[in-house]
Design a protein around this ligand. Structure first.
Ligand code: CA
Length: 126
């Protein structure tokens, strides 16, 4: 039991160091999203870690590489006023839960996108 508590404490300390000890290389430029992409962030105001999606007609499973239910802000920097669709994976199907028409920049994503199991797991950029 003592060992388990110690391991938990070390893990917690490690997480704290990761948050407070970010190097310049870890810090993404604020609100940068390359043209043609929709970029989601796990922090509000385009902070935290980010991942881009860009392939039209394909649901990009961001949950598999970046995480699920944590889209707190996003920038849709695509062209031509295309509409991106945000999806939740309900265990057997992709369910659309939100849309964004380019250009669109949301420092605060809808509350239904994060911290809930039905939050965003995938994005079809266009
Ligand atoms: Ca989800």
């Amino acid at each position: 039991m003592k060992r388990a508590i110690l391991a938990l404490t070390i893990a917690s300390l490690g997480a704290g160091v990761g948050i407070t000890g970010a190097t310049p290389a870890d810090a993404a430029p604020a609100a940068y999203c390359a043209s043609g992409n929709i970029c989601v962030y796990n922090g509000f105001n385009f902070t935290g870690s980010t991942t881009p999606s860009w392939k039209c007609g394909v649901i990009d499973n961001i949950g598999s590489r970046w995480g699920s239910d944590q889209v707190r802000s996003f920038i849709n920097n695509q062209t031509g006023h295309v509409v991106a669709t945000f999806y939740n994976w309900n265990g057997s199907n992709w369910i659309p839960i939100g849309y964004s028409q380019a250009y669109d920049s949301r420092p605060y994503a809808p509350a239904s996108f994060y911290n809930v199991p039905d939050g965003v797991d995938g994005i079809k950029p266009c």
